[in-house]
Design a protein around this ligand. Structure first.
Ligand code: V47
Length: 365
């Protein structure tokens, strides 16, 4: 089977479900690496993308706190550690970040039991006004579905309203693993895979692009990972709206699945490589360095990944550390992660437009 897979990859032919499972179960890691690296190189040469971005998590209050066993972030409203930012706080954070050159603000939160859609509309409107040059990449598919349920309107209407207020793209989270068997075990009663795909389809039809993730390395089988890829590949054939795929290795600390070890480095690298080979209609495979660490993210650039996401860091840490623009220090570090493994760093925005800056690091438009 490996010879057949190899010739399919070199001919640009699509892999079948069984071939995908075979790659995980039986193919040697270094062979899968070489095939994935070939595809990456054909698509992108040495170019490796990063984005100057920041994350804002507006609230961790979530109605699914007792549902999602893998989640360490969510809290019930009255629980210790629960928090909720005001719109003014969110806008001032975004302003601070955009002054340091961020082109993307990534905003997600829990499924808040009370905030109405108008609160999110106001947040986006004010953010857009305060930082018009920043791409507002906000919400997961499950948040969008939650807003629709709260307001008793369709997912499409929610997306239209948010798009009107400045929403440019959706993040790839909230889907974890599409397998119904796995979902019953780790997040029973949460929106199912069809619901998440429906949000992505509606978004793409409105011109709102999005990403896709897989939370892996817990109780799912290899076949269930391929099932997940298969469903993403099918929707991508239909809409071409996904930009990048981001495999998220499960982290066991502080959640109800902490008895599980999480995936090892070999599994992380193989998952990156198989996703590159199976998701033949996705341009970008992201090795999100925050979740896999810098070394594994660097290695992943030889296993099919062509993006390491962004600066992400809490700006204050750097601000206190010295006189240089803190965001620039983070950029220097990301660029050297890429150049250290002989790849060419390319700054992009949230939609993969290439960003050029002058010597003072100001955007050249
Ligand atoms: O949906 C939750 C995952 C996701 C854990 O679109 C966990 O560019 C590991 O979607 N261990 C949110 N993962 C993060 C996300 C994301 C991240 C970076 C970039 C983009 C993008 C999207 O994090 C959730 C969930 O699947 N997650 N808990 C955990 N314990």
């Amino acid at each position: 089977m490996l010879d057949l897979i190899e010739s399919k990859i070199f001919n640009g032919d699509r892999l079948t479900f069984d071939e995908g499972v075979f790659l995980f179960e039986k193919a040697p890691l270094l062979k899968v690496r070489d095939l994935a690296n070939h595809v990456r190189e054909k698509k992108h040469g040495d170019k490796t993308y990063y984005v100057v971005n920041h994350h804002i998590n507006y609230s961790n209050i979530c109605i699914l706190t007792k549902v999602c066993d893998f989640c360490s972030f969510a809290r019930l409203k009255k629980q210790e550690g629960a928090y909720e930012m005001s719109i003014d706080e969110i806008v001032s954070k975004a302003l601070e970040y955009s002054q340091f050159g961020a082109t993307e603000i990534h905003i997600v939160g829990g499924l808040h039991p009370e905030l109405p859609l108008s609160w999110y509309e106001e947040m986006l409107t004010k953010l857009q006004k305060a930082c018009p040059q920043v791409n507002l990449k906000c919400f997961t598919g499950i948040e969008i579905d939650h807003f629709a349920r709260m307001e008793k309107i369709s997912v499409k209407e929610v997306l239209q309203k948010l798009q009107f207020c400045g929403l440019k793209s959706l993040t790839g989270g909230g889907i974890e693993v599409m397998s119904e068997r796995v979902r019953k075990e780790i997040c029973t009663v949460k929106m199912d895979a069809d619901g998440w795909l429906n949000v992505a389809r509606n978004a793409h039809q409105l011109g709102i692009r999005s990403n896709a993730t897989l939370l892996f390395g817990h109780i799912e089988t290899y076949a269930e990972r391929i099932e997940h890829f298969e469903r993403l590949r099918k929707l991508q054939d239909e809409t071409h709206g996904f930009m990048s795929f981001i495999p998220l290795p499960f982290h066991p600390d502080g959640n109800r699945m902490s008895h599980l070890p999480g995936p090892d480095q070999e599994d992380i690298l193989k998952t990156i490589a198989v996703s590159r080979l199976y998701l033949d209609n996705f341009d970008h495979i992201k090795a999100y360095w925050i979740v896999m660490g810098e070394t594994t993210a660097q290695m992943a650039l030889s296993y099919g990944a062509n993006d390491i996401d962004g600066t992400v860091m809490e700006e204050k840490i750097y601000h206190m550390a010295g006189s240089q623009n803190p965001q620039q220090q983070a950029v220097d570090k990301l660029e050297s992660l890429i150049t250290d493994v002989n790849r060419e760093p390319v700054e992009r925005d949230a939609l993969y437009n290439i960003i050029k800056r002058d010597e003072q690091h100001n955007l050249i438009t």
